[in-house]
Ligand binder design. Structure first.
Ligand SMILES: C[S@@+](CC[C@H](N)C(=O)[O-])C[C@H]1O[C@@H](n2cnc3c(N)ncnc32)[C@H](O)[C@@H]1O
Length: 271
């Protein structure tokens, strides 16, 4: 186990952000993922389980979600219950670095999926090895994760550069890779997967679109959530942080505001 800290935590406000993110992004991710009927799916770092359930629904059989944080697991079960979809997923507590798979589950899954988790671990290659352990021969592994260097709000909000650099450095400080998205193919290749393909999933928007509120909320949410850590690690001072946040508050109201961002996504097959 690498005991890595998950910077966003699992407080109710953070769970709201993650839930909104799922609303914004799941359709686009589903389009590239295209789960097939009958695929048995394992979702690693399943969070609130919304995408796990969506995948299971498409596959038509129960999926397994493994998540380390007990509060996320509780919320995931509550959400599934509220949507009367408890039959779609089993949730289990566990660490992506050491997946608690039953003997009969080893090399049994048709699809092992992992989104926005590799950026929060110290050794993404170890997590890859665990995912490979879960997937059966001829099955596929799908990973989707951030490369924070490509995140571009325009017109550039006042104070954004300093704020974003401090946020990126908070990943380094935790021993995690803020640019892991650009390594997805390399990680898959090293792990021995074949027929790898990669692409980008758009995760931006502009002020003319209804979803822009969610896009802006997400950006402001990740930064507010990481404020305590950034300040305690002296990655930014409070005045500069507040200036950057004021810049973002102004930006989100501009009629020509846009966020240009796409998330790296890759798929590979086990020989
Ligand atoms: C940004 S959320 C993404 C959740 C979900 N995959 C999604 O796309 O909606 C990251 C999740 O990974 C979990 N996580 C972080 N490190 C983990 C680890 N080492 N093992 C299992 N889960 C982990 C966090 O608790 C959090 O729920």
């Amino acid at each position: 186990m690498d005991n890595s800290i998950y910077i966003h935590g699992s407080q109710p406000e953070e769970q709201q952000r993650l839930s909104k993110l799922n609303k914004m992004l799941n359709q686009a991710c589903m389009q590239v993922l295209q789960p097939k009927e009958g695929e048995r799916i394992l979702d690693v770092g399943s969070g609130l389980g919304q995408f796990t359930r969506a995948m299971a629904k498409r596959a038509g059989i129960k999926a397994l979600g493994i998540e380390r944080d007990i509060q996320q697991l509780h919320a995931a079960k509550d959400f599934a219950k509220a949507d009367q979809e408890e039959h779609l997923v089993d949730f289990r507590q566990g660490d992506a670095n050491d997946l608690p798979l039953l003997e009969e589950e080893v090399e049994s899954f048709d699809l092992v999926h992992c989104r926005f988790v590799l950026e929060h671990v110290k050794h993404p290659d170890k997590v890859m090895d665990q995912m490979i352990l879960g997937v059966k021969k001829g099955g596929r592994v799908v990973i989707c994760d951030d490369d924070h260097s490509t995140f571009t709000p325009t017109p550039t909000p006042f104070g954004f550069k300093a704020l974003w650099e401090a946020y990126i450095r908070s990943y380094d400080r935790l021993g995690n890779d803020p640019f892991v998205g650009r390594r997805l193919v390399e990680l898959m290749h090293t792990a021995g997967l074949t027929q790898i393909r990669n692409q980008l999933v758009f995760f931006g928007g502009c002020a003319y679109e209804e979803k822009f509120e969610l896009v802006a909320d997400n950006l402001i949410g990740i930064l507010s959530g990481a404020k305590g850590f950034m300040l305690s690690e002296h990655l930014i001072d409070e005045r500069t942080f507040d200036q950057g946040m004021a810049g973002l508050a102004h930006w989100r109201k501009q009629k020509d505001a846009a966020l240009w961002y796409a998330i790296p996504w890759a798929e590979g097959w086990k020989k």
